[in-house]
Design a protein around this ligand. Structure first.
Ligand SMILES: Nc1ncnc2c1ncn2[C@@H]1O[C@H](COP(=O)(O)OP(=O)(O)OP(=O)(O)O)[C@@H](O)[C@H]1O
Ligand SMILES: [Mg+2]
Length: 244
């Protein structure tokens, strides 16, 4: 692994990573390598290891073996933490603070200089302005998810790791979040079950099943695997199950 610097264009890297929870294997020798500036989708069935992969990349978990790095840095390092914006799958902003207070607090921790303007912009883009004084504990699940997206992006991160960002969002909000993410100048890995989002948002896809990579390549290559009028969803199912 590179140590403390970015000698190549690799940005989000797992190399032969194994990770188990007690006796439950989650990742079984997974390798991924996402170049700087590219956007990739992480696709796989429930329990495939998507959230585990993202937690390893943000340093919340350590691999049992193999290596994990972000722009050459160990994910637990200060350098990596400054680069990363992370949306966890069960994001829970502070329930007793208001929407704006949550953003102000994380903005301050992240050292955002123009936090006020940045917060106004994000609230507007996500249609959250009318809730800015509402306590998070009283928000609907979808509005809480919008806030979680804003919290992940407030410091203009260069490496963005999103675990099912569109969960709980209505269709118009999904559209808005996708166009926000499309415009970001960052390296992105997003786990999603929604193939239309993966197709629109990402350059490439990594398909995993039972903690192993079963396919990776460009979105175009994935689309080219479709037989006749086969949907992209059924291509992915075929890849995941190993069906011919
Ligand atoms: N905290 C935990 N303790 C024990 N086992 C866990 C834990 N977290 C995940 N696992 C197991 O690890 C495997 C991978 O789980 P993971 O959450 O990474 O999958 P996922 O692809 O994110 O699934 P989903 O689509 O349901 O979110 C599963 O077998 C799961 O049961
Ligand atoms: Mg998950």
């Amino acid at each position: 692994m590179l140590d403390g610097g970015n000698a190549s264009s690799s940005c989000i890297v797992l190399d032969s990573v194994k990770k188990a929870y007690g006796n439950t294997p989650a990742l079984d020798g997974l390798s991924i390598d996402i170049p700087q500036g590219e956007k990739f989708a992480l696709i796989g069935p429930n329990g495939a290891g998507k959230s585990t992969t993202l937690k390893l990349l943000v340093g919340l978990l350590r691999p049992d073996s193999g290596t994990v790095s972000i722009m050459g840095y160990n994910p637990t390092s200060i350098q990596a933490k400054k680069l990363i914006g992370y949306l966890p799958e069960d994001a829970s902003p502070y329930a007793t603070l208001s929407v704006r207070e949550n953003l102000e607090y994380i903005g301050a921790l992240r050292g955002v200089d123009d936090a006020g303007e940045r917060i106004d912009l994000l609230l507007g883009e996500l249609s959250l302005s009318e809730y800015e004084r509402s306590k998070v504990g009283k928000l609907s699940r979808g509005n809480r998810q919008k806030l979680a997206v804003a919290l992940a992006l407030i410091h203009r991160p260069k490496v963005i790791l999103l675990d099912e960002p569109l969960n709980y969002l209505d269709i118009p909000t999904q559209e808005r979040v996708v166009s926000m993410l499309e415009q970001l100048n960052a390296t992105v890995l997003v786990s999603t079950h929604i193939m239309s989002i993966a197709e629109r948002l990402t350059d490439g896809a990594i398909v995993i099943s039972r903690g192993r990579k079963v396919w990776s390549g460009s979105m175009k290559e994935l689309q080219a695997q479709a037989r006749g009028t086969e949907s992209i969803e059924s291509v992915v199912v075929r890849l995941m199950t190993g069906a011919e």
